[in-house]
Design a protein around this ligand. Structure first.
Ligand SMILES: Nc1nc2c(c(=O)[nH]1)N[C@H]1C(S)=C(S)[C@@H](COP(=O)(O)O)O[C@H]1N2
Ligand SMILES: [Mo]
Length: 324
């Protein structure tokens, strides 16, 4: 039973029609009450179009942030209208049209807990954290394991800066992040067969690589909720599921964590999940990707084109399952 129900996950839509229709209807029924209550009323009482920002974001003055020219790319930025209405955020449903439902997420006040193998455990208000870290803009590619891709102008700060701020002990080998858990607003979390809360992890070496980025904004403004406000990860050399959204906890461990996907189906989703066109997913090829908003496919590139930044991270562990 379990196996049958989870088959709709992360398989291309054309292969998933039956399960996803079934799941959508069920989770829509479950979530309908909270959508009506919270989706479209802004903090100022105005009715907002789906995906609009609350004008009250306390960090709004930090945007648009200065673009970091080291991360330019030769690809068109995915149009915001498309990107903000085609999202993976299973907390709000196991399909792509979750943007309206995600407006139920209350992103302020928001605290982030730092714990595990750190000098001192602490809880920090997200706005205090964002101001302490500062914000810049970077253009990054994003390659979902489902073989679609996009190009996004993220704003945020290097994860390395956050690791330094957290002051991990030298025994810490991994950084583990977790998403909020609240099934009253996130109807997907009532789907009990998923191992909530969403959990992801990186080695400290990966987390302190220049490319690893904590996202606070998109398209020159604070991030809309469906993108994983107020704090999400972007690790563009890995499949998209590593880029965990709406983070409430950052822990440091000496043992490798088991992430949400790995827990669900370790034969298809592993810890490393580096993009590699030559290593197929058990159920489909990873050789090409569908460009979101464009009617074409392009070849996928090893490490999603970021090999110059990250290939050294893996040179001594080539025996591991690096590409799944
Ligand atoms: N908490 C959480 N984070 C998540 C997901 C999710 O379902 N829940 N989906 C992941 C996947 S599979 C992808 S492709 C990206 C999608 O990001 P986007 O919606 O901004 O395109 O978010 C990732 N982060
Ligand atoms: Mo994904």
């Amino acid at each position: 039973m379990l196996i049958k129900r989870v088959r709709g996950w992360e398989i291309p839509e054309r292969m998933a029609t039956d399960e996803s229709v079934f799941l959508n209807r069920r989770s829509f029924m479950a979530g309908a009450g909270s959508i009506a209550a919270a989706s479209v009323i802004g903090a100022n009482g105005l009715i907002l179009p789906a995906g609009a920002q609350e004008t009250s974001d306390p960090t709004v003055d930090l945007y648009p942030a200065m673009r970091n020219g080291n991360y330019q790319i030769e690809r068109a930025i995915t149009p915001e209208e498309i990107n903000s209405t085609y999202n993976n955020f299973y907390e709000f449903g196991s399909h792509k049209q979750i943007s309206e439902r995600a407006q139920a997420l209350m992103t302020r006040p928001w605290t982030v807990t730092f714990d595990g193998e750190v000098e001192e455990e602490r809880e920090v208000d997200v706005d205090t954290l964002i101001r302490a870290m500062g914000v810049e803009e970077r253009l990054y590619r994003h390659r979902c394991v489902e073989a679609w891709s996009m190009t996004v102008p993220w704003s945020g700060f290097p994860l390395a800066r956050l690791v330094e701020y957290a002051r991990p002990l030298s025994s810490a080998k991994y950084v583990v992040m977790q998403t909020f858990q609240d099934s009253d607003i996130a109807s997907g979390q009532r789907q009990f067969w998923y191992p909530w809360p969403y959990t992801e992890g990186l080695t400290i070496e990966e987390a302190t690589n220049d490319l690893a980025f904590m996202v606070t904004g998109v398209y020159g403004r604070p991030a809309a909720k469906q993108f994983g406000a107020p704090l999400r990860l972007a690790v563009p050399w890995k499949y998209g599921f590593k880029s965990i959204k709406s983070i409430v906890r950052v822990s440091f461990t000496s043992e490798r964590p088991v992430s949400f996907w790995e827990e669900l189906n370790a034969s298809e989703y592993g810890f490393w999940a580096n993009v590699n066109p030559e290593v197929s997913h058990p159920r489909w090829s990873q050789a090409q990707e569908r460009v979101l908003g464009e009617d074409r496919k392009i070849p996928t590139v090893i490490y999603n084109g970021y090999g110059d930044y990250v290939s050294d991270l893996y040179k001594d562990i080539e025996g591991e399952r690096l590409y799944m």
